[in-house]
Unconditional design. Structure first.
Length: 488
């Protein structure tokens, strides 16, 4: 038994030594092969490769984390809304974009007939909520059926969170039935949410004064000696386009809620150029804004050219941008939006040419002797005043050769008839009172009294004799003989 156990143990040890020998031989073969194909690597390279491997691993980890963070809100948005939504920036921009608008207006005031206006406000370039370049045009028709209109180019920009700064320049035209006036207009403005200030100036172009009718007339008649002296004057009916400069301000007085409010407006203005006189004027009005698209204004103005006049206007518009188109929870965007809404309003100005209709008088000659246009001779007046005392410059009338002058009138018509020449140029002019007894009137001589209004035809037209029209007639006792003369 023991012998068999030893044999078995010896055989097992032999086999183990053989297996171990095989393993060592195989390891040697692998070691030799690896050494033959491997490229030697420096220790620094080994360290750099190790660092790069760590960075790559870290970047991969960060990217996976970022992707996870981006996927989470997307998943939440997908869960809360099945459709894509606009960003707030796009919403604000759309709300602040000014759209074209159209308006109809009726205005009544001084310097023009009442007129209806059909206009439009058209943005050309704009950065919504920041600035806008625009055109504003209109066609007018007044109550006389005359047409006019205008075109302005303007620019408005948000100066700060509470103020819009604007400026414009343009042309206006007005037909009057007798021609057309044109003017250049410029202006600047400051617009707040509840206030504004506007400066406007208008300068007529070309001939600003037009004579539509002209006549030569006699004026300022006066008696001197035996003559009637008159002034020759030219009377022109004139239309004149005025130069104007105005400064107006407005302030919101009451906010009735929603889009309804009441504003007060006042201003000063200058009228000059071809005006009858340079004048400063003032005006004040109430402006009721029923909605953003409907306004009523009524007030009064006064100046030295047109006097005191009522002013009235009504304006209805369509389009533009709603006043409260966008609201934010904190109200900041809403206030700015309400301010920017004013950039879509029409320019605050008088959209026509102010024209003064007047009569201009120019004296061409002074103290011209009145002439009988039928004979071409001067009129000769023999004056009679029953109340005259017969003393001229301290000298008794009996001692003078009396001609019946205005300064030394005769006492009776008979005396005047004796010195009057027998022609149509001689006129006996009698004051009230007892003008003596009967008389014989030479042929062609006229007798006129101060009782009725006495009109005389002269080389410059009709003239009223000075002192006539008193209603008091002279009296005569005795027989009157009249040839071809006239008694009036």
């Amino acid at each position: 038994m023991k012998t068999h156990f030893c044999l078995a143990q010896s055989r097992l040890q032999k086999q183990l030594r053989l297996g171990l020998s095989y393993c060592l031989s195989l390891a040697s073969v692998f070691a030799i092969s690896a050494e033959a194909i491997a490229v030697p690597v420096a220790p620094d390279d080994i360290e750099q490769n190790h660092t790069a491997q760590v960075l790559i691993t870290q970047q991969t980890s960060d990217k996976q984390t970022s992707d996870s963070d981006e996927q989470a809100p997307a998943s939440q948005e997908s869960a809360s809304s099945p459709t894509a939504q606009k960003s707030p920036t796009e919403t604000e921009t759309a709300a602040r974009r000014i759209q074209p608008s159209y308006n109809i207006n009726f205005t009544e005031g001084a310097g023009h007939e009442g007129f209806a206006s059909f206009g439009s406000f058209f943005p050309i370039f704009q950065t919504p909520g920041e600035n806008v370049t625009f055109l504003e045009g209109r066609v007018n028709v007044d109550t006389d059926g005359d047409f006019g209109g205008g075109l302005q180019a303007g620019y408005r920009t948000l100066l700060n969170d509470s103020t819009i700064l604007g400026a414009y320049a343009g042309l206006d035209a007005l037909g009057t039935g007798n021609g057309t006036f044109t003017q250049a207009g410029v202006g600047a403005e400051l617009l707040g949410e509840s206030w504004d200030l506007t400066l406007n100036a208008n300068l007529p172009l070309g001939n600003a004064r037009r004579v539509i009718d002209s006549a030569i007339q006699a004026a300022n008649p006066e008696f001197v000696n035996n003559q009637l002296l008159i002034d020759e004057q030219q009377v022109d009916e004139v239309e004149a386009a005025l130069t104007t400069v105005s400064l107006d301000g407005g302030l919101e007085l009451f906010d009735f809620g929603g889009d309804s409010s009441l504003w007060g407006r006042s201003g000063v203005y200058f009228l000059g150029g071809e005006a009858s006189e340079d004048s400063l004027g003032v005006r004040a009005s109430l402006d009721y804004r029923a909605t953003n698209n409907l306004r009523f204004e009524a007030g009064v103005q006064h100046d030295g050219v047109f006097g005191t006049n009522a002013i009235f206007s009504v304006n209805a518009s369509l389009g533009g941008r709603p006043r409260r188109a966008y609201d934010a929870d904190d109200g900041s965007i809403e206030r700015r939006d309400q301010l920017w809404a004013r950039a879509a309003e029409p320019i605050n100005r008088t959209n026509t040419v102010l024209v003064e209709n007047r009569t201009d008088v120019e004296i061409l000659q002074e103290d011209v002797a009145a002439i009988n246009p039928d004979t071409g001779n001067e009129f000769v007046f023999r004056h009679v005043d029953p109340a005259a005392n017969g003393v001229v410059n301290g000298v008794l009338a009996e001692e003078l050769i009396r001609e019946g002058t205005f300064e030394d009138p005769l006492n009776t018509i008979a005396q005047a008839a004796n010195v009057a020449d027998a022609n149509a140029d001689n006129i006996i002019f009698v004051q009230e009172g007892n003008a003596g007894g009967g008389f014989t009137l030479p042929d062609g001589v006229q007798v006129r009294s101060v009782g009725p209004v006495q009109e005389l035809n002269t080389q410059f037209g009709e003239v009223v004799l000075p002192g006539s029209g008193s209603g008091n007639l002279p009296t005569v006792t005795g027989q009157v003989t009249v040839g071809s003369g006239v008694v009036a």
